[in-house]
Design a protein around this ligand. Sequence first.
Ligand SMILES: [Zn+2]
Length: 162
Amino acid sequence: MTEHTPSPETLDAYFAPAVAATLEGLRAGTGGPFGATLVGPDGEIVVAVGNTVIKDTDISGHAEMVAVREACRKLNTLDLSGHVMYATCEPCPMCVGVMMWAGITTCYYASTHVDAGENGFSDVHLRRYLDGSDTSTLDMVHLESGREDCASIWTEFRALTS
Ligand SMILES: [Zn+2]
């Protein structure tokens, strides 16, 4: 990471709303014990959210994912470069992915994926799949031929965007 760790006061200011949103969701029964605050390039808080998996019946409603979704809608952009994520817990690989898709290059987190695992929220199956140590959890099957309909999408895409 190229950024210097913010001061304790700044960290307090950014983590507090994430923790508050998380506890609110926990107490209301709308989400799991995870929260995140996304901060803009000028240090302003863009969104502070908790996990919404239960509320939205959405397996992808992790706090960092929700923060990226809400920030993109709020700012009407797909590019959150220059923004910084403050997550109460180490992001899972899905959320690492969404941060990277959005152009976020810095994320500070407090609890670790080990802490999450000890509380029933292990993402180790994802980590093992991605590092290649256990790919038995998902069959990814490449159909090498016979899908001209799928291939034709590229032809149409190039025609529409050239
Ligand atoms: Zn996640």
